[in-house]
Design a protein around this ligand. Structure first.
Ligand code: AMP
Length: 427
């Protein structure tokens, strides 16, 4: 399928952001790194991308966590919003133009709920205002589920007596004692789960835009609900031209998640592995496919990274790298085929080692798009140690092996390993 933005070369991209009640794990990183690479690539191709992400800073999970810990919901939301930004920075996710916290869009949320009530798509019950899925004729068009099938799925669906259809979902939750609320003529309350995203995107982009992303668990009911709300409210379709959904990061065949307790936080992972290794592991799988997280996969990424970096050391002959960049673009134009790009990088490393052709400018250019730094991390040695290395090379030329070995040992004690090559000594 050819990708054509709605207007000129402008792209409006929205991705569902985190619910800030705890630290994010590397399953979240899987999704956010995937969209970071997608946004970076679209910009690389010359598109003018505006990347918007919401932050769910009011939700049952936040309220429950606040109760457990004995602090206010706001304190939990602020604490984990800050933690999320720290993680995003540590993951080198630089492509997002705007983060939109739900609580800053309450007026827009209320406007949308009012419109849905006026147009007859919403109705009131004792505890809140609900969307009537049977009134929206296209309900189920993204996930391929009918209203009846949706009724079989009770998970993550508001369970309330009096709903017209089981799949009906809450737009505005009326105040329960002890819960946070906003004043409104619809009644004191707070937003339901789905409405924040369409209120945010309508405010920032309008009722229609180009790209919407998230992990595949959000297709139903979340993204289905977004379509229903926005298309019903605006009368325009489609809300989104292209949908992108990431496969899960799994551990032993099960989705990494807070509730299963099988998670590794981003900050813990980055204590053990550097960000280049983690990102390379993540992009080694296509964004739509599941990733099976293992230590072995991380080791493999680390080895690949070292191999590609190491190869750039051997690059000596200047060559035109255009054909390698073209291969990269071909792979990425094919639905962002990053595993193919990783294979290409390894092939380039092999080529450099074999021919000494300097493909490093292409490797660094591709690295910019993947958010991976393939430059060798060699720090210059203090002059005194460089003098010792030079002296040892002299001694070796004079075949004074014992003295040369003493210097090697001396440097080893100081954490510097030497390797003698035909071109001279490397450290
Ligand atoms: P949450 O904070 O749980 O609402 O999740 C934020 C985003 O991360 C959503 O798009 C989730 O679907 C996604 N996500 C959560 N866990 C995983 C996982 N194990 N693999 C990939 N994406 C995930």
């Amino acid at each position: 399928m050819a990708f054509i933005p709605r207007k000129d070369n402008r792209i409006q991209l929205f991705v569902c952001g985190p619910t800030v009640y705890d630290y994010s794990h590397i399953g979240h990183a899987r999704t956010y790194v995937a969209f970071d690479v997608i946004a970076r690539y679209l910009r690389y191709k010359g598109y003018d991308v505006f990347y918007l992400q919401n932050i769910t800073d009011i939700d049952d999970k936040i309220i429950n966590r606040a109760r457990e810990v004995g602090v206010s919901w706001k304190e939990i939301a602020d604490r984990y919003t800050k933690a999320y930004f720290e993680d995003v920075q540590a993951l080198r996710i630089t492509s997002v133009n705007k983060y939109a916290p739900a609580t800053q869009y309450i007026d827009a949320i209320l406007r949308q709920v009012r419109t849905l009530l006026e147009k007859g798509y919403a109705y009131e019950l004792d505890d809140g205002i609900y969307f009537d899925v049977s009134r929206f004729k296209n309900y189920g068009k993204l996930s391929g589920r009918t209203v009846e099938e949706a009724e079989d799925t009770v998970s993550r669906i508001d369970e309330v007596i009096g709903k017209r259809n089981i799949a009906d979902f809450c737009l505005w939750k009326l105040l329960k004692p002890g819960e946070p609320y906003w004043e409104s003529e619809l009644g004191k309350g707070r937003p339901g789960w789905h409405i924040e995203d369409t209120a945010i995107t309508e405010t920032e982009f309008g009722p229609q835009y180009d790209l919407h992303g998230g992990a595949q668990d959000l297709i139903f009911p979340h993204h289905e609900a977004e379509i229903a709300q926005m298309e019903a409210a605006s009368g325009r379709e489609p809300m989104v031209k292209y949908w992108l959904h990431t496969g899960f990061l799994k551990v032993g065949g099960r989705k990494m998640s807070k509730s299963l307790g099988n998670f590794i936080t981003i900050r813990d992972a980055l204590k053990k592995w550097d960000v280049d290794t983690l990102r390379l592991m993540l992009v080694s799988t296509h964004y739509r496919s599941p990733i099976n997280y293992t230590e072995a996969a991380m080791e493999q990424a680390k080895n690949s990274l070292n191999y590609i970096r190491g190869a750039t050391r051997a690059a000596k002959k200047k060559v035109d790298v255009k054909k390698w960049i073209e291969k990269f673009v071909d792979a990425m134009d094919d639905d962002f085929n990053t595993p193919k790009v990783v294979a290409l990088l390894l092939e380039m490393g092999k080529r450099i080692n074999k021919t000494e052709e300097d493909l490093s400018p292409a490797i660094y250019e591709i690295g910019e798009v993947l958010g991976i730094d393939f430059r060798l991390k060699e720090r210059p040695l203090p002059a005194e140690l460089m003098t010792l290395i030079k002296k040892r090379e002299e001694l070796r030329k004079q075949k004074r092996w014992a003295e040369a070995d003493r210097i090697r040992e001396e440097l080893k004690k100081r954490g510097i390993l030497l390797r003698d090559t035909p071109e001279g000594t490397e450290w």
